[in-house]
Design a protein around this ligand. Structure first.
Ligand code: ADP
Ligand code: GLC
Length: 491
């Protein structure tokens, strides 16, 4: 089976968050199920040297009025299609923002173009390669199925929601520039409270909707988590399914990780001390035995990073240390930086994105804190588990599903892997921290928790198997002309 995955980021080439980890790892895991994925990404500067090494596969007549070509490159055994539109993608700044951190003003066009190119590929414009299934991710590629349906193409499309907070909402005045027929701007497609929403268009025109944990798939049907999209999602709930993300076992393997001072595994957790020492040296924190709490995260309200800043004193006064590596909202960055200046040696804040440091933090800290207000899946707690940094998480979304709380029953049964807290408030987090510090003071108990986390399995294999089943059902239904999604939702 051939799948076209359409995404705005993919690890290891272009990444701002977990979306890249997922679109990078899932195609590799699907190969075991006989599924070959080609990933289509925009031609950002980081990709161009590889993509432009050979001749283009195809020169489009135009895409939304821009000169465009389709290029490709291969890395390991994965093939990537690169949509080369210099006017839209070859520019300084981030994937979505300019150098000053503002959204690129033409994001509406950049990601509509990606979707339109994907739809043309799905429709067979490329001699010799047509996908059986199209898999889109978040609002940035959600218009793909809208364009396909307008081309009269009914090929199955799976849309995965990684984060409902981002919906691709733009003024309806831009609609004429999308080169879609007027009927696409309707209540059952793009229209969204007088604007248009790319995500809504995708939700209304794809054949299956997945999100990255079963808990989040239920949460988003409610006003609290639905971000205004709960009505649409409830109308489409028979197509909605939660499939938990896995982690890439090759990229996040403490026994082979080249970023670490000393590799280790579940049988040799004592070797973590060398990573702890390296971390302490690098970030200039005190060498005592107090617990090191850490967070590697976007510094945003979603991630609860303001609450983390609020509990810095609690950590310090109880003898702990706090490390934060991340970037995001300026106000939250400032809050955290102020704690670092106030508590030198006890709080260290690295503002920026640093893949190596992220790995070292997971391998050398005692505990990873992820106090998200909502979390579709979350990957850092999974990396924490695998690397022996016991997670403290808010009880929501994928966090609630992947960390087994160290309550008496779970401790007694030998299955606990971390700490969950609720309600998701500063007080809730403070309480979670106190529980963790108490267990930390009993090394035997802490090591058991750590070991149970390190031996828990979150590889992609199981989840990729669920995507494979989903793809096959959609393909069978498409071939038999049977539009029975009920079986899909319950299966
Ligand atoms: P989200 O995608 O919502 O940001 P996830 O937990 O799913 O959250 O994924 C975040 C990914 O981004 C992880 O791979 C994490 O290690 C990485 N990450 C986040 N912030 C940083 C940072 N400052 N430096 C390095 N990696 C980071
Ligand atoms: C989003 C979510 C995160 C999830 C990631 C990958 O960025 O915020 O929870 O793990 O996508 O699916």
């Amino acid at each position: 089976m051939k799948v076209l995955s359409v995404t705005s980021e993919v690890f290891p080439f272009v990444k701002t968050g977990g979306l890249a980890d997922v679109t990078g790892a899932l195609p590799k895991a699907l190969q075991k199920f006989g599924i070959r994925t080609i990933t289509l990404v925009p031609g950002y500067p980081a990709l161009l040297p590889m993509a432009r090494a050979g001749a283009p596969l195809l020169v489009f007549d135009e895409i939304l009025g821009e000169a465009a070509s389709l290029r490709h490159f291969q890395s390991e055994d994965q093939i990537y299609f690169v949509l080369d539109i210099p006017t839209l993608y070859d520019r300084p700044g981030g994937l979505y923002v300019d150098q000053a951190g503002r959204d690129h003003a033409d994001n509406w066009k950049r990601f509509a173009a990606l979707s339109l190119a994907a739809a043309r590929i799905a429709d067979g414009i490329l001699p010799g390669w047509t996908p059986d299934i199209v898999h889109t991710h978040d609002w940035q590629s959600a218009l793909t199925s809208v364009y396909m349906r307008e081309m009269g193409n009914d090929k199955p499309v799976v849309l995965t929601i990684h984060n409902l907070a981002f919906q691709g909402q733009y003024p309806s005045g831009l609609f004429p520039y999308l080169h879609l027929p007027v009927r696409a701007y309707s209540l059952d497609c793009l229209e969204y409270y007088g604007d248009m929403s790319y995500l809504k268009g995708g939700l209304m025109t794809s054949d299956a909707i997945t999100t990255v944990s079963p808990t989040y798939s239920r949460e988003i049907l409610t006003p609290r988590f639905g971000m205004g999209m709960e009505g649409v999602l409830n109308a489409r709930r028979d197509k909605l399914k939660g499939i938990l993300n896995g982690i890439d076992d090759d990229v996040w393997d403490p026994s082979t990780d080249a970023y670490l001072a000393r590799p280790f595994d579940a049988a040799t957790p004592e070797l973590r001390r060398e990573n702890r020492a390296a971390l302490i040296r690098e970030l200039g924190i005190d060498e005592d035995e107090g617990p090191i709490f850490a967070s590697v995260s976007r510094l945003t309200w979603q991630k609860g990073m303001d609450m983390l800043a609020d509990v810095a004193e609690e950590i310090v006064y109880r003898g702990g240390k706090l490390i934060v590596c991340g970037q995001g909202d300026a106000a939250i960055q400032d809050l955290l930086a102020a704690k670092a200046s106030r508590f030198p040696g006890r709080v260290a804040v690295h503002i920026g994105y640093d893949e190596r440091l992220a790995h070292l933090i997971h391998s050398g800290s005692d505990s990873i804190i992820q106090p998200s207000r909502f979390e579709p899946c979350g990957l850092t707690q999974l990396y924490g588990l695998r690397y022996g940094a016991v997670p403290i998480v808010s009880r929501t979304g994928g966090l609630a599903e992947t960390v087994i709380d160290a309550n008496d029953a779970a401790m007694g049964a030998g299955v606990a892997t971390g700490f969950q807290f609720h309600p998701i408030t500063t007080e809730g987090l403070r309480h979670g921290l106190r529980r963790a510090i108490e267990v930390f003071q009993s090394p035997d108990q802490w090591q058991r928790l750590q070991n149970q986390g390190m031996t828990a399995r979150f590889s992609w294999e199981r989840s990729a198997g669920l995507y494979a089943i989903l793809y096959r059902r959609l393909q069978d239904e498409a071939e038999s002309g049977n539009d029975n999604f009920q079986t899909l939702a319950t299966g």
